[in-house]
Design a protein around this ligand. Structure first.
Ligand code: MLT
Ligand code: ZN
Length: 484
């Protein structure tokens, strides 16, 4: 059980952090109390903005001594309200945004060491500065921070080739709930000293400690890229196309993102300056990016050949390959604006689900039909990372309905229905966004007891006072449920 911070603790924190690092000003706090989707608003007694790992450690020691909860936050772009404080107002909001130094970039090691508050786009630029790339990217790259990306095991649009954050984090520095600093930054390629604390912290959503910096794997810079937009009839054709492209272009394909016609229509309606990439209508669309390092053959040649053959076989209906970077960016903008277009369009029940890749085409069709039959009038819009077996399976209110009222009345039932379907297929209700607050109840309901018991045991061992990001990821033991 945590406590509200008293005046003594707040005074100590104010002294420790100075005016740049401590505020109780409601106006300064306000933007950080509501999640990006505007669905959860919390309260916090103060906003703490430490400038160093030592300051974070001092904060955690004080919070532990006073049993006060801390809610770590980076760019506040969580999709599941993972960085939004609880509404009781007794937690302290701990922003890592001032810790935004890139401590080093090494071309020899292929490693960058970035503090938690570094914005993803800035890391991209730093890597480019030494002829390297950090290959994780997503729509929120201008605001998402390294600490949040690590803590949510972020995915994005290049997972197909480079994996999620888990495979890109070589080392971590974190302040543990005791206030001890875990210095695991040395980016050793081989290190078998038992349990992997680094991987435990990746995806922990700040419930096991505060990530303050990470050593991140870099790759050679892209020499050339080819970006294509394809119109086709079914998700099954899309998967066949992906497997063919892999067979003919090797590892060149690094993004393969699927959108239904309604998704593209929403982007064209709401995002200024966008235009349809193909002349005709198609039920499904795929954005493909293939890359090659400097000196290798232009990936556009292989992609053109492969798409030409696919069109000849009737596998795809139409395709265009960007002729230059401006066109490539315009195609990416269509894909990366999907979430923003949905947000503008209105409240939807959003899901971030995965099944095995081979099951995905069937799930897209059967899952949509099942939801629309059970909740008449609703409109499923599923898009995303087909090659990872992960889509954002969003359910919109019936046309003409008051979306907020519909969401309040039906949102939970719709989500439970979708999560049950995915669980029955052996899938996950959280592919890349995490559990946060929004999925906690369904996670508790659908997770195997062994998973929940292990999760709670780890949480209890590392954070016995429960001060780290309470109310996220780890479901509380329900009344009547045997505690383990
Ligand atoms: C995406 O793939 O665009 C993101 O994960 C965002 C979303 O789910 O809306
Ligand atoms: Zn995504």
């Amino acid at each position: 059980m945590t406590c509200a911070p008293d005046a003594t603790l707040l005074a100590r924190l104010a002294r420790l952090l100075g005016p740049k690092g401590f505020t109780v000003d409601p106006q300064a706090l306000a933007p950080w109390l509501t999640d990006w989707r505007g669905r959860a608003t919390g309260a916090a007694a103060a906003l703490l903005s430490p400038a160093s790992t030592e300051e974070v450690a001092a904060i955690v020691r004080l919070a532990a001594a006073h049993r006060v909860a801390l809610v770590p936050q980076g760019g506040n772009s969580s999709m599941v309200a993972g960085a939004t404080p609880p509404p009781d107002g007794v937690a302290l909001l701990l922003s890592l945004r001032r810790m935004n130094a890139i401590r080093s970039v090494s071309a020899d090691d292929n490693v960058a060491v970035a503090e938690a508050g570094v914005v993803l786009a800035d890391l991209h630029a730093a890597a480019a500065g030494i002829g390297r790339r950090f290959p994780l990217s997503l729509a929120a790259k201008g605001s998402a921070t390294i600490g949040g990306l690590v803590s949510t095991n972020a995915g994005g649009t290049q997972v197909l080739r480079f994996g999620t954050m888990r495979s890109l984090v070589l080392g971590i520095e974190a302040v543990l709930p005791s206030g001890d600093v875990f210095d695991g930054l040395s980016a050793l390629r081989k290190d078998n000293r038992g349990y992997d604390l680094r991987q435990l912290l990746v995806g922990a959503e700040g419930t096991l400690g505060i990530v303050t910096a990470a050593s991140l794997r870099l790759y050679p810079a892209v020499g050339a890229r080819a970006v294509a937009w394809v119109g086709l009839a079914t998700p099954s054709d899309a998967l066949t196309l992906l497997r063919r492209l892999e067979a003919t272009t090797g590892e060149a394909v690094e993004s393969f993102e699927i959108l239904p016609a309604e998704g593209l229509a929403l982007v064209l309606r709401h995002i200024p300056g966008t235009r349809a990439p193909l002349a005709g209508d198609h039920l499904w669309h795929v954005l493909i990016e293939a890359t090659a390092p400097a000196g290798a053959a232009d990936p556009a040649l292989a992609l053109t050949d492969a798409l030409g053959a696919a069109a000849g076989d009737g596998l795809i209906e139409d395709a265009v390959i960007a002729a230059n970077e401006t066109q490539a960016e315009a195609l990416w903008r269509l894909r990366e604006s999907m979430s923003e277009a949905e947000r503008i369009d209105g409240m939807a029940a959003k899901h971030d689900v995965s099944v095995t890749v081979s099951q995905m085409p069937r799930f897209l069709e059967e899952g949509k039909a099942a939801v629309e039959a059970r909740f008449p009038g609703t409109r499923v819009l599923a898009f995303g990372h087909l090659g990872d077996g992960n889509v954002h399976f969003n359910v919109r209110a019936p046309a003409g309905a008051d979306d907020r009222a519909w969401f309040a009345a039906e949102g939970k039932a719709v989500s439970s229905f979708v999560h049950d379907d995915v669980t029955a297929r052996g899938g996950s209700l959280s592919a890349e966004h995490g559990i946060g607050q929004f999925k906690l109840a369904d996670f508790a309901r659908t997770a195997a007891p062994a998973r929940l018991a292990a999760l709670r045991a780890i949480k209890g061992a590392l954070d016995p006072l429960g001060i780290m990001n309470p109310g996220k990821l780890v479901p509380p033991v329900a009344p009547g449920e045997a505690s383990q």
